[in-house]
Write a protein that binds this ligand. Structure first.
Ligand SMILES: Cc1ncc(COP(=O)(O)O)c(C=O)c1O
Length: 391
């Protein structure tokens, strides 16, 4: 069935046909406990009735009208997101990479409009991941993603993650923006220290650059609060989101504070589908359900449970596993060489558990935020069994 698809992914040999809650079902009727949620996307799990209803209801009224006109879902979503973040304006697109493209273009245009056309460098962090389009890739340091795609756009430089001294040296008068993930996902789940984010805020202010937080993976409540930056108490000028925003429908967003809100004028940037009515309606439903379920507190509680279960597992399999790290329900579990995270992921799948992997030979947990303690316990006992097989 997958022969006609380009092999951009090393797809597992199962075909998913449906899901409910934290469970996915394959074409043989086999059930899996889903602890990766479509790579940190399905925060409310699968087939959530409120999301399904919002999609159906909106699809019956209006699917698409383009950004030549206003329509209710995108206007209301912009209002909700700016209200909740304290930002001034929202721009909608269709993916995380596109949200970052928008943010980096905005930074350059912002400097240009401020009479500083030579302030064009985008500074980002080692280990960071910002997407696969050429611009987002240029801001992504890992050679694994860049190899074979040269020449990438010019004007991108890197600084070590969590290194304040290097940031101080690199964030000079040519930098239009510094972009960083408050929790790095693809690198293997590394949390930015609050001190690093605070220094980034201070240095961007002092040197006249914009601070962009890429919350595509770590945002939308994955660490507890709606935005991961709330944990550190540091507000960016621009924040990018995608993945979980509409619980599985494609939408990306860039939120901009008052400092840069007037940068883009008609014609400066755009997207045919950006903020289309159905994904925007799903995103609004997601925000509503998130409030109803008081997910912020639940994520904090489930995080304590998962960390403690993973620590027990690490103690039991100390030859294979290192200590878990991360924030909220975005947790990495490092695997010691010669054992391979991919092999453990495969064994876990065969025992009925879906987890991800990330850089640095790490297992990645990003379950639906609605997961229950009992499901987390089941996940860890399935992983325990898989470790016995894989190791
Ligand atoms: C932090 C971060 N930024 C950007 C992206 C790119 O998002 P998309 O795949 O929707 O283009 C990802 C995707 O994994 C991500 O984790």
């Amino acid at each position: 069935m997958s022969d006609a698809l380009l092999s951009t992914y090393d797809r597992a040999p199962i075909t998913i046909v449906s899901g409910h809650g934290c469970t996915l079902v394959d074409s043989d009727g086999r059930e899996y406990l889903d602890c990766i949620a479509g790579i940190a996307v399905c925060a409310l799990g699968h087939a959530h009735p409120a999301i399904a209803e919002a999609i159906e209801d909106q699809a019956r009224r209006l699917v698409h009208a383009s950004n030549l006109y206003s329509h209710e879902p995108s206007g209301m979503l912009a209002k909700e997101l700016t209200r909740r973040s304290g930002m001034s304006r929202a721009f909608f697109c269709n993916s995380g990479s596109e949200a970052n493209e928008a943010a980096m273009k905005l930074a350059r245009k912002w400097a240009f409009r401020n009479g500083e056309p030579r302030r064009s460098t985008i500074l980002s962090c080692t280990g960071g991941f910002h997407g696969r389009t050429l611009g987002a890739l240029a801001a992504t340091e890992n050679p694994k993603y860049r190899e074979g795609f040269a020449p990438l756009p010019a004007g991108f430089t890197f600084t070590a993650f969590n290194d304040v001294a290097e940031l101080d040296a690199k964030l000079d008068g040519r930098v239009a923006a510094f972009i960083v993930e408050p929790v790095q996902g693809e690198s293997g789940i590394h949390v930015a220290e609050a001190e690093f984010l605070r220094a980034a805020r201070r240095l961007c202010d002092e040197r006249g650059a914009l601070l962009i937080f890429d919350e595509i993976q770590c945002g939308m409540g994955r660490t507890g609060p709606l935005f991961a930056y709330e944990n550190a108490g540091v507000r960016p000028d621009v924040v990018t989101m995608a993945k979980a925003l509409a619980n599985g429908l494609p939408i990306g967003a860039m939120l901009v504070n008052e400092r840069a809100a007037e940068t883009f004028q008609p014609g400066d940037h755009g997207s045919t589908f950006g903020g289309s009515a159905v994904p925007a309606a799903a995103a609004l439903a997601h925000l509503r359900v998130r409030d109803e379920l008081q997910l912020e507190g639940r994520v904090r509680e489930r995080s304590v449970t998962l960390f403690s279960l993973l620590r027990e597992l690490a103690a039991r399999h100390e030859r294979v596993l290192g200590q878990p790290r991360g924030l909220g329900l975005l947790i990495g579990l490092p695997v010691r060489e010669p054992f391979q995270a991919k092999a453990i992921q495969r064994a876990a799948r065969e025992s009925g558990l879906l987890i991800g992997t990330a850089g640095g030979n790490t297992l990645r947990f990003a379950p639906p935020l609605i997961i229950e303690d009992e499901e987390l316990r089941r996940a860890c006992s399935l992983l325990d069994a898989a470790l016995a097989t894989a190791a």
